[in-house]
Design a protein around this ligand. Structure first.
Ligand SMILES: *Cc1c(COP(=O)(O)O)cnc(C)c1O
Length: 371
């Protein structure tokens, strides 16, 4: 009832391109959730969680995996497993672990973050050379390398496999542990044409999210070898993330892995369609050749208004896009956005620009919507 009421209040169908986190679990997903076999996961007795952990560990060719509440939690479990207070991690300056996790490496693990500027959210050996501090009491100990795939604020870019392999080898040769923030790693694999086992060989730990393009209401996982994942379980408990009958959400993740991975291709095609459409619109700048996956970043000319103003105008027409500060915006395709929705969004973008933003006030919020 609340649902039909909110529909009346809002006469336009919303097309929500702010993030792939806004998806609602499908009826089929809700069905498997409702029927999930469950037990007390903190006692290791939830059969559905156990099945998911085994399934994901095997998928990545690794010994073990542990379910977590969120990507932030599994990333920070990884940081804590590899580092002790006073250690330092290396990451691209746009990395989620450094930018969007509330200072968690410092707050939870006493770890400092050394950010490195490089295009696309990527890191390669030339970006990393000279960044490992010498063994001297003055310096933090450089301990962990964090990569992100796909990159988020870097542009939804997908690492080529050979780049991951060479950076990974370089890290091992220099005594670094390697963590992959794989919140959108299924998008990366579908777009990059490589497998989970390819990635499993390049990292000590990998975090994945079920709540992004896979369409689950929540859930994440940290994957690695048996000892690291055993440590991670203890860390998860300390971070307040150990759960009881979590099989309800693990069932959603199993359903998503079985049904929602290959279809990410469709999201990528829709993102390409969106990017190419935006490229042709006067007053906007979008480079479709840099759109590798389901994230589309674009800018509005400053003489036409700010991103906040433009997103405010679009919102009034039922199109939700995330302002990223200044002129920059991000639109994200996902399983609740169809190709027709993308065409419709492009039409609204065109008509909004034609009308002009003169009367727009800042209604869309001012911070970057980043997830
Ligand atoms: C979404 C995301 C995460 C996890 O964020 P949560 O808010 O914990 O879901 C981690 N890394 C990247 C790159 C992300 O996009």
């Amino acid at each position: 009832m609340a649902h039909s009421r909110s529909l009346k209040v809002c006469p336009v169908k919303l097309i929500d391109l702010r993030s792939d986190t806004v998806t609602r679990p499908s009826l089929a997903m809700r069905h498997v959730m409702a029927n999930a076999e469950v037990g007390d996961d903190m006692l290791g007795e939830d059969p559905t969680v156990n099945r998911l952990e085994k399934m994901v560990a095997e998928m990545f060719g690794r010994e073990a995996a542990v379910f977590a509440c969120s990507g932030t939690q599994s990333n920070q479990m990884g940081v804590r497993v590899h580092c002790v207070p006073g250690d330092e991690l290396l990451i691209n300056e746009t990395g989620h672990i450094s930018l969007f996790e509330g200072g968690a490496p410092a707050a939870l693990s006493g770890v400092t973050v050394r950010t490195i500027a490089a295009d696309g959210g990527f890191l390669d050996i030339p970006n990393l050379e000279g960044r490992i501090r010498s063994n001297d009491q003055h310096f933090p100990r450089t301990r962990l390398l964090c990569l992100e795939n796909t990159t988020n604020i870097g542009g939804g870019r997908v690492y080529p496999l050979d780049q991951l392999q060479r950076v990974s080898e370089w890290a091992v040769a220099h005594g670094l542990k390697r963590h992959l923030d794989g919140a959108r790693v299924f998008n990366a694999m579908v777009a990059g044409g490589y497998s989970a086992t390819d990635l499993g060989k390049c990292f000590d730990t990998i975090s994945v999210c079920f709540s992004k393009g896979l369409g689950c209401p929540m859930g994440s996982m940290l994957i690695g070898d048996r000892d690291d994942i055993l440590k991670a379980r203890r860390v998860r408990k300390i971070f307040g993330g150990s759960l009881r009958q979590a099989g309800i959400v693990a069932a959603a993740a199993i359903h998503a892995l079985e049904n929602n991975v290959d279809r990410l291709r469709q999201d990528h095609e829709n993102a390409q369609q969106l990017a190419q459409g935006l490229t042709g619109i006067e007053g906007l700048r979008c480079d479709a050749s840099l759109v590798d996956s389901n994230l589309v970043f674009f800018e509005i000319d400053s003489n036409l208004g700010t991103a906040v103003q433009f997103c405010g105008a679009l919102r009034e027409q039922g199109i939700l896009i995330g302002p990223m500060g200044g002129q920059r915006m991000r639109a994200v395709t996902h399983l609740d956005v169809s190709a027709e929705d993308v065409s419709q969004a492009l039409e609204v973008v065109r008509s909004c620009l034609a009308k002009g933003l003169a009367n727009q006030t800042a209604t869309a919020g001012s911070g970057p919507y980043s997830k």
